[in-house]
Design a binder for this molecule. Structure first.
Ligand code: SIN
Length: 282
């Protein structure tokens, strides 16, 4: 089989065919896929057949499976989480705000892999926003304000007991296994402009979903800057819209992208299996 890589016409994203992911990759194939993934930031592999065990096996070739601080896992595998919404569910769409996964950790995950099991006939696309491009195309005045800033990350907005996925949300019958906790209020500092330790590229790292403020700025100034940044970070020219298929595996680089889920599939089930792949350092 020959690896075929088709880049999207957008700022990021590529589709890769000619490889079976349910068996170990040769060293050459792994190195090639890793290089394409780093270049395109998010890669999609259609027509795969992956059990939870095989999804973990694929993921572990790119790094150790990381911690999922606020997710429960599927019964069949302790390292796989289900991103799930049932046809009759009335809870909000999970993860509709652009974010970088678990950016509030001291060493946040390098990658996330998501495998489509039940895909609705309409809606449910995932949006990816290229944060290397967002950094490189920043207006000079905004860049001058953010260069050197340290962001304060926290999971509280989502996962504290009073957060978006907290106790009230669970009472509404969310099907996803989310474990809200007081631990979500802990904070972690990271530079807002991050240098990717594999590519050397600079990117805006994370967003208002997990950044609660900036060291040395008053709350009002931080809040205004976060909003201005979010508007810039999610400009249409940075975005690749990913349309799912059953059996498609997507892996993205959390260090150079933001991503967001979308709705539009009420009345249909959606189920994907997810692994979080840890980094070796920030
Ligand atoms: C996620 O942020 O992991 C979920 C993305 C999606 O449901 O499309």
């Amino acid at each position: 089989m020959t690896l075929v890589v088709e880049a999207s016409r957008d700022s990021c994203g590529a589709t890769i065919t000619g490889v079976r992911l349910n068996e170990p990759l040769s060293a050459d194939l792994l190195a090639a896929i890793r290089a394409h993934w780093l270049e395109h930031k998010v890669v999609a592999f259609p027509d795969q057949q992956l059990s939870p065990e095989q999804l973990v096996g694929f993921s572990e070739q790119f790094g150790a499976i990381g911690e999922d601080p606020f997710f429960g896992h599927i019964d069949e595998h302790s390292k796989v989480a289900a991103i799930q919404r049932d046809a009759n569910e009335t809870t909000s769409i999970f993860a509709e705000v652009f974010h970088s996964d678990w950016s509030f950790m001291s060493v946040p995950p390098a990658a996330t892999a998501l495998y489509g099991l039940t895909i609705p006939p309409v809606g449910g696309d995932t949006l990816f926003s290229d944060q290397v491009a967002a950094y490189e195309q920043m207006p000079e005045a905004l860049r001058a304000r953010v260069e050197g800033l340290t962001a304060i990350h926290s999971a509280a907005l989502g996962y504290a007991p009073d957060g978006a996925y907290g106790e009230a949300d669970q009472e509404q019958g969310r099907s996803m296994k989310i474990l809200s906790s007081e631990k979500a209020r802990e904070t972690q500092e990271h530079p807002l402009v991050r240098v990717h330790h594999e590519t050397g590229k600079r990117a805006l790292y994370s967003s208002a979903a997990y950044i609660k403020g900036f060291v040395g700025l008053e709350k009002a100034e931080s809040d205004a800057l976060l909003l201005e940044l979010y508007a810039h970070q999610t400009r249409p020219e940075f975005i690749y819209t990913h349309r799912w298929q059953v059996g498609m595996l997507v892996m993205w680089d959390n260090r150079s992208l933001l991503h967001a889920a979308t709705g539009g599939y009420d009345g249909h089930d959606r189920l994907l299996h997810r692994t979080t792949i840890s980094d070796t350092r920030f």
